[in-house]
Write a protein that binds this ligand. Structure first.
Ligand code: C2O
Ligand code: CU
Length: 567
């Protein structure tokens, strides 16, 4: 009898446990199926790689500090990895995703489960494929709500919607980059920008499917804006409506009231919009901020902010006036407004004791043409570099090589300074046209206060570079034009409320200083988020070594990582 009761208790406990697991599994487990899917845009149909057949892919929704599991099944044609852009993944680079940096690709017919560990991020981030140019079609939003029992530092919006800015290429994106790398020239520009997968009314054959955001008069909406575009920074605005920007890269900022934003590839911004205009239709629109000398997509994507109610559909829908593509003043004056909220509930901690300093030049270079003639500058092939080192991705991942002590995969000698100093933003020095090639990484001790000065250069094709670091967010404490000056520039630093981001636009022929605490052991990719620059080698890897305590050491690898041999 006693035995029966005991059994009953165990059974009851087991079934309660099972119910609990089921409740959790509703939000904490995601299945991503990578597969080719037909989509019709700009009057033609083509097959693109998608997650679960949608473009953009599914939205992930979590609360601050949660952990989720995403099982990625690859039913596509080639190996792919997924990255959780801006998620710090404490001690867990195993699930960070960049191909051959922290893992080998998930081969067709196989799967891999990512454990995505959120910590202090709150706002919007995104996930995207991190293999060649697959991120063009394989990406989606990550919505991070305040933790249970906590609130937004502003009135909660009536509703919220991801607004994902994307690129659409009529041809196959893998062919676009592969043929550019083969000829040594710039890749073809995209054929359209998209808002939530739709080019909008200004492109041919697109009107019927334009994205519409339906709103009720008097209500406030949160637009979670993500720039998932491949190669262009963007201006974004909504006709007749004021935008209030409240977060950047999943960190709260001091609210900015503005008529437009400038957002670089990789960045995210949450914007509040109150539907306080006469009930009607209004365009939201996005077009390029392009300050370089290379071709870019100069078209405009639109969606419609559509009030609910009874009114006659307007014959013309007002378009917002966006700054023109080369309006650097407009871009800079918006960017200058971005400051951390830095409140009691959302404090910041800018490192003041700097023990690792890196001065890093960013450049477009040339590679001696391996064939008779290339289609890049001086009949050479285009390359790109950081400190004049053009990153070459190894054939097995750096994380595995580091963890397992495998030699010959990477070199630990990424320099803390460029090979020599000259007037980086003036006429260029011919000796830096050709970079050194290799997989060179920078080792940093656990717990160091790190300062990096990114220095833009005038080599070949200067422009703004959105520099992105995995595994961390960092404080942008200063920026300016021309060469960084070690005496004068630090006098302008903001250590009080600098923005905390994962991607920062380094101005054309200018510099930007960032700081972070190296408190996340692991192998972390750092690169320009303009995809063509990353493909050309504008990348490096930071390896933060283990500290002395369990909490400051890398977690052990999961039981199964995707194997590196392709067979
Ligand atoms: Cu959003 Cu390494 O990338
Ligand atoms: Cu760049």
């Amino acid at each position: 009898m006693a035995g029966f009761n005991k059994m009953g208790v165990i059974l009851l406990a087991a079934s309660l446990g099972f119910m609990f697991l089921q409740l959790c599994s509703a939000t904490r487990y995601y299945d991503f199926v990578l597969k080719e899917t037909n989509f019709t845009r700009l009057c033609s149909t083509k097959s693109i790689l998608t997650v679960n057949g949608s473009f953009p892919g599914p939205t992930i929704k979590v609360h601050k500090g949660e952990t989720i599991y995403v099982n990625v099944h690859n039913q596509g044609l080639y190996g792919v990895t997924i990255h959780w852009h801006g998620v710090k993944q404490p001690r867990n680079p195993w699930s960070d995703g960049p191909e051959n940096i922290t893992q080998c690709p998930i081969q067709p017919g196989s799967s891999f489960t990512y454990e995505v560990v959120f910590s202090n991020e709150e706002g919007t981030l995104w996930w995207h494929a991190h293999s060649d140019w697959t991120r063009a079609t394989v990406h989606g939003a990550i919505v991070i709500l305040p933790a249970a029992g906590t609130k937004y530092p502003f009135a909660a919006p009536h509703a919220q919607h991801p607004i994902i800015l994307g690129s659409w290429f009529k041809s196959d994106v893998m062919e676009v980059i592969n043929s550019a790398l083969a000829t040594g020239a710039d890749p073809n520009i995209s054929d359209a920008f998209t808002i939530n997968g739709q080019p909008g009314d200004l492109y041919s054959c697109s009107k019927a499917s334009t994205y519409r955001l339906k709103v009720d008069y008097g209500k406030t909406y949160m637009l979670r804006i993500i720039n998932a575009i491949m190669n262009e920074e963007q201006f974004f605005a909504i006709a007749n409506h004021t935008l209030t920007v409240v977060t950047q890269d999943a960190a709260y900022i001091k609210p900015i009231t503005t008529s437009y934003i400038m957002i670089t590839p990789g960045q995210t911004m949450d914007v509040l919009v109150t539907a306080n205009q006469p009930r009607s239709h209004y365009y939201m629109a996005s077009s390029a901020y392009a300050d370089g000398i290379v071709p870019f997509n100069n078209s405009t994507t639109t969606a419609i902010l559509q009030y609910r109610g009874n009114y006659s559909t307007p014959s013309t829908i007002p378009l917002p006036s966006l700054p023109i593509y080369n309006d650097t003043t407009a871009a800079d004056s918006f960017t200058a407004l971005l400051k951390s909220l830095a409140s009691k509930a959302h404090p910041i901690s800018v490192p003041t004791k700097i023990t690792t300093r890196i001065y890093m030049t960013i450049a477009i270079n040339e590679r001696i043409c391996p064939n008779a003639s290339c289609a890049g500058p001086d009949n050479n092939a285009i390359a790109a570099s950081l400190n004049n080192i053009s990153f070459e991705t190894p054939s097995i991942d750096i994380l595995q090589a580091y963890y397992g002590g495998i030699n010959g995969v990477f070199e630990g000698n990424f320099p803390s300074n460029p090979p020599h100093f000259y007037n980086f933003t003036g006429d260029y020095d011919n000796s830096t046209i050709y970079p050194t090639f290799g997989a060179k990484v920078k080792f940093i001790k656990y717990g160091e206060g790190v300062e990096i000065v990114f220095q833009g250069t005038n080599l070949i094709a200067p422009e703004n570079h959105p520099m992105h670091l995995h595994g961390f967010s960092f404080y942008v404490i200063g920026t300016g034009y021309g060469n960084f000056n070690a005496t004068e520039s630090p006098k302008t630093y903001n250590l009080v409320d600098p923005p905390e981001v994962n991607t920062v636009g380094v101005p054309k022929n200018g510099w930007t200083t960032i700081r972070f605490l190296a408190d996340n052991p692991g192998v972390w990719f750092m690169h320009c988020h303009l995809e063509r620059h990353s493909s050309w080698g504008m990348d490096t890897v930071i390896i933060v070594r283990n500290g002395n305590t369990t909490k400051s050491k890398l977690r052990p690898p999961p039981a199964h990582m995707p194997p590196c041999s392709k067979s």
